[in-house]
Structures are given as C-alpha cells and as structure tokens.
Write a protein that binds this ligand. Sequence first.
Ligand SMILES: [Zn+2]
Length: 380
Amino acid sequence: MLPPPRAAESRRRGGLGSPGPLRFPYDEGVPPVISRRAPLTELHCHLGGAVAPAIMWGIAHSQGIKLPTKDYWEFRELITVSARHGRSFDGYLQLFHWTELIQSSPLAVERSVYEVVGGAYRKNNVTTCELRFNPMKRNRGGEQDLDHIISAAIRGMDRAMLEYPITPGLIFCLDRAFPYALNEIIAEKAIAYHGRGVVGIDIAGPESPTFRPRDYRRLFDRCRRRGLGVTVHAGEAGPVEEIAEVIEQLEPSRIGHGVKAAYDPRTMAMIRERDIVLEICPTSNLNTRVVSGWDEFRWIFDTFRRNAVRFTINTDGPEMLKTYIRDELTSLGRLGILSPEEQAQSAEWARQASFVEGVSDVPLPKRRPPGRSQLEREEA
Ligand SMILES: [Zn+2]
C-alpha cells in the first residue's frame, strides 16, 4: 500500500471542503492528477446514466417517444442531477425512469452502448469500459424480445471495438425489487451470452424488504462456475451489515460502492482477507447524500488505506451525474485525498479487477489525447 499523504501536504494541495474552480499551476508546478496518457478502466458505469442528453433526445425523437416536455433544456434537466433532481438516493433512481424508457428498443440500446464505450475512449482515454444495465428494464415489460435487446447491446459494443483500441464488457444487473424468477432469467441470459461480451452480473436497484442475498446463493455460484464475474451493489444506501451478508452469501470479487464498509472494522477485514475490490463512485455518493462531503471521503479513503483495502474510482453514470472519471480523479487529487501515485494505483487495481479478459493487450495510445474542453468543442 502507498502511504497516506501527509496532512500538511493535503492542505497545501487544495484544502478541505467542496471542490472549487481548478487552480493551475499547482504549488508544485505539477497537477496532482494522473496523466491523460494513462489509459483507464471504468468498472462501475450504468448505461441509463451514461448516454449524453443530446443523444438521448435524438433517440427519443427518432422513436417517436412522447416526452413530458418539448424543450431540450427541460429534458436535459429531467435526466441529469441538479439542485432539484437526484439529491437523494430515491431521487437519483427516479432519473432512470426516462433514460430506461428511451433505451427500450434494440436500436436505442445499440446506439447507446456504441456511444458510451466509444465516447469513454475519446473523452477520457478509457480503454476498458464495463457497462452495466438491466436488459429487462429495456424490453417494455416483455413487449420487446430480450434476446434482441441483448444482441443489440453486443452489436453496439462490437461497432465501437472496430473503431477504437478498446476492450469493453457488459454486466447484467439483476434488481433487488424484482421477483427471483425474473432475476433468474437475467442471470441465465448472462450465462448464455458469456463469451460474446457479457462478462459479469450485478444486483442493483432500490432497497427492498423482500430481497435476501441468501436466495441468490445457488444462482450466483452457477454464474461464477460458468465464468462470469460477480459484483453486487452494497453498502451504498443500505445498512453496513448488508455488505457482510452479501460477501458471505454471494462471494463477489467486487462490490459496487461499499463506502459504508469503512465504518465497520469486521467488514473491512472481510474485504481485505477475500481480496475484494471496491468500486467507489465519489460524486454519485455525494449527490445521493450517502456520503456527506469530501471530508468524509478523505476519512473513508484513509480508512481503506489503513486496512489495505483495494478500491477503484468510477462515475456510476458520467452524463447523468455530469462527471467523467478524470473529473473524479482530478477532484480527489486536487483535494489531496489521493496522490497521483495512488490514482495510478487505483487505475491498476481497476485493470486487475476487470472481468474482461485480455485487458492488458490493448495498445497504449501513442499520443497524449487532447483535453476534455477541446474534445467537447469538437463533439458539440
Ligand atoms: Zn451503481
């Protein structure tokens, strides 16, 4: 493990509190952030939160979907976090209502996946984007054929792979609020499409009184035996005890979020002993108020360091949360929460923990990609 940054150094690098405007040059003359030349792996990204609003707007119109507004800017506000929307866990989940509806056709899913994995490379030099979604939330309650939705997602990924040196993968999300029988179908589809680009399974969705991790033990064993990676959302909005239960029953190699584990030494020990990797999404947790601020994150990362727990940095949904993976790293670097070396370490952990095979085979870009503002001008 890398040593924690010294307190004085932390203060010099940006102080406490919420991130203000970036200051260049930095005290040391070197930005405290990982180079744009370094390729990144993003492990935790939901399709419903990852497509740019303008593209969603176009997809909605091309399919004749009746939207609640005819004004683009109002629509943009409807599907992204703002002071009005998404400032709670349930409020955040509600943002997915429209994005999932708009993505509910083979054409919409193909375009969405294609845009996300290609865009992640162009904008952030993400060479491995693991994109997760629930295919059953995109077939209009069974109106559309699930295999067509899944095949379309794979096509979108294949098209992006023809254009860019990337190795993306798809993760299917089961849902806490779904009955077991529906979740079982999603898991069986993940097994059926493993080898064609589906690399893992997850359980997401709202907290549900009917959800019991032990009900899924056998199903998850079966998925693991068939070569799928297992990650589970836990320790986000739910109680900390949930994390230990999920680890014992479902044996994930990664946990989505898991920030609450920092508050329980026993859970920290379990995560370390089983070499589980945490998928941390800082801005998402701040928006849903799961974490109170960057100061709390400073403490959480300190705790991970002390307990030798491996973590990765992710967005959860870059367009919905208006933050890219490099924005997350920049905030953590500028606030002195993660040094550039620790950012590089987290990127390496993400690469190692990826469910996609052959991630290290991707050639490194020969040139340093342009900055985000330049790219956004080009793509506007
Ligand atoms: Zn998530």
